[in-house]
Design a protein around this ligand. Sequence first.
Ligand code: HEC
Ligand code: HEC
Ligand code: HEC
Ligand code: HEC
Ligand code: HEC
Ligand code: HEC
Ligand code: HEC
Ligand code: HEC
Length: 508
Amino acid sequence: MRGLMKLATIAAAGILSLGIYTTDAAAKYDYTNYSASGLSKESSQCLDCHRKATPFVVNDWKRSKHFYNGVGCYECHKTDESNPAAYDHYGFTISTLVTPKQCGVCHPKVAKEYMDSIHAHSGLISQKAEAKSGGNFAVIVMQMMGWDKNTVIPHQTTNGESTWDDIINDPCWPYAGVPNNLKTPRPKASAVIKIFANWGCYSCHGTKIEIAKKTKDKVVFDLRTWPMIGAGTINPDGTIGNCAACHPFHSFRLKIVRAGIGACGRCHESEDHPNYEMFGKSMHGAMFLSQFDEWNMDAPAIKAGQDYFAPTCGTCHMGAVYQGDKMIYAPTHNPASICKWKLGMWKLVFVRKAGRPHPGLPSVKYPTDGIKNRERAFAMCTQCHTKQWVANCFIGGDLTMGVLDYFRRVAFQVERDLEKAGLNTPLDRKIVRDIGAMAVRPTEIAMFHYAPGYIWWEGIYRVAFELVEWLESSVEPRLGADYVSKYVSWIKKHVKKVEKYKKKHHIH
Ligand code: HEC
Ligand code: HEC
Ligand code: HEC
Ligand code: HEC
Ligand code: HEC
Ligand code: HEC
Ligand code: HEC
Ligand code: HEC
């Protein structure tokens, strides 16, 4: 029986490597047989325990190509003592983290492309920005509230009872990696807000993973730094990035990343970069969402108009590009390989140049050239559309950048002038940031993702409205009508009208 099962498994592996998945789940996965061909002695021992200790993990891994190719638990989780996250686990030296270093042993080209991309550096870049802003991102909320570094907010219910005992007597408490400055009923607000900053900002950008407690056979990570699976995670072994940011373990199924809407959309979403929302509201998204189940998204390389019939984040940004039957661009792990512009910064926009230093972290260089990227993009879209169709889209987008950036430049200038006059408040910072980050940036991105509402209502309309509302109702009372009318001429005329009206009706 076992032999038969094994044969069936090998046959299934054959089918999989041809890229033809059967639709019958029961035929596809056999959860009673754990003998993959070529599984190492060590990994078989992991399985002996883990079938019971973590059955979900084992069954999920059983769905993967790794299982069918004899890549087991040990091949990924093994490490050595030089890794600070290593521990002894029943005689094996392993790490819970599996970093790009370990994946790169078998996927060297992929690992290099990813580690050279801006993606893998997004943790370092945002940590640098954090250091500049004065410590941590808690400062955004701290400054708005007017709190300083000594402000203490105790753990209490709304009616003032302490909740501290209910926290430390919780059954989870002994397993958690709680840093010392949070082991108190009266923590500093800045320490608590750091939890939000990490689980917020760094779940996407990547935390610097810290070890809270280490014994010979256990590593406990600081709860503010793990398990967040950011694109630019800074790992204890000295590597950057996390392959699981897009490829959720342990199935590592290509369909998941190619669908992109979730794998990428987890981070590329909400107000400041709503790619996920835009895709869902574009014609491409409509085509994808209604039909993807009929497509062949698991094959090793997929072809537009054959395996799939509408593009996704993954296929546009990273997928192979064909001309006829010839693959003219191989899949890549630099998702910016089709990006002419750098659109994702809230303060500025520019055309990429290979070797150009990143403005926030000059040691990181842009790996590819904007114009070359545009050539790839043009070839990618013209797999499905005509040249005129695509050129109109791209040049149309390019022509909007100057006007969009003008609004942001005005906002920065006005903020500087408020500062010079000593009349600025933390709320001005928020408003200027929102104009740059939540209005101009997403509109730039929208110009290349074709969701009409994000181009108009959430786009240029919002940009103009937010700037003018701020100038009229908040800056004019401080810097005067002459000043704001440099940018928006009707405000001065309006102020004069109001003055006349007040005089006539004796209003002071
Ligand atoms: C003697 C039984 C046994 C063996 C052998 C074993 N494990 Fe485990 N392992 C466990 C148990 C039990 C847990 C705890 C699971 C939990 O916390 O829910 C665990 C936890 C883990 C964790 C998570 C640790 C953490 O702190 O979160 C990893 C990773 C892991 N094992 C990998 C492996 C690998 C890889 C192998 C083979 C090289 C292996 N295990 C062999 C029993 C075993
Ligand atoms: C292809 C590489 C790979 C293989 C094979 C693999 N793992 Fe993992 N495993 C990972 C990655 C990546 C993570 C996520 C680590 C992180 O960043 O937190 C992980 C996490 C884990 C965790 C913690 C997960 C959780 O949700 O708590 C356990 C336990 C674990 N692996 C056990 C196993 C066992 C047992 C096997 C064999 C059946 C196995 N792994 C095979 C890559 C692998
Ligand atoms: C010991 C070698 C080895 C390690 C380590 C390894 N892989 Fe793989 N991986 C393979 C092999 C072999 C295949 C199957 C290749 C094929 O079918 O062409 C594969 C396939 C894949 C695939 C394609 C899956 C599919 O359904 O087509 C992905 C994605 C992947 N690996 C990601 C990872 C990630 C991420 C890591 C680290 C967390 C990792 N691998 C670690 C050997 C490895
Ligand atoms: C930004 C999201 C993302 C990250 C991060 C990522 N991948 Fe991928 N990966 C993808 C997408 C999308 C594809 C499918 C490309 C296509 O359509 O062919 C893919 C395909 C693969 C494949 C199969 C095809 C190939 O090119 O060999 C392997 C293997 C793989 N990834 C391994 C890794 C490893 C290892 C890492 C970490 C070093 C990693 N990936 C990080 C999104 C990602
Ligand atoms: C875990 C979060 C996360 C996931 C998942 C993710 N990204 Fe990103 N991505 C980021 C962050 C953070 C940045 C900003 C990097 C920076 O500029 O510092 C970024 C930047 C980018 C950029 C611009 C990079 C550059 O060179 O300027 C592109 C393009 C991109 N992502 C596309 C994708 C695609 C496509 C996917 C899915 C296949 C994806 N991302 C998945 C977090 C993520
Ligand atoms: C939901 C995921 C997510 C969260 C939360 C998030 N970001 Fe981002 N961030 C991104 C993505 C995605 C990009 C830009 C991608 C692009 O290029 O379009 C980005 C861009 C940036 C950039 C510009 C990158 C560059 O190359 O200079 C900085 C700086 C930044 N974010 C900092 C932060 C800070 C600080 C926070 C928390 C206050 C935060 N982010 C929260 C995903 C996120
Ligand atoms: C139809 C193809 C297509 C699809 C689908 C698509 N994009 Fe894009 N995306 C583009 C093009 C083209 C650009 C670059 C425009 C330029 O700079 O010339 C771009 C730009 C971006 C950028 C800006 C990067 C930067 O900072 O310069 C990010 C981030 C991004 N896309 C993420 C995504 C995500 C996430 C999804 C899915 C939710 C997605 N895209 C879907 C084609 C696509
Ligand atoms: C895999 C094929 C495919 C690729 C690649 C692709 N598209 Fe499309 N696109 C479609 C389909 C399908 C439609 C729906 C109309 C139709 O049936 O032809 C569509 C519709 C559109 C629309 C109409 C949107 C509207 O709401 O009016 C625009 C604009 C567009 N695509 C631009 C692009 C651009 C620009 C690229 C490259 C960045 C691109 N497409 C890549 C298949 C594709």
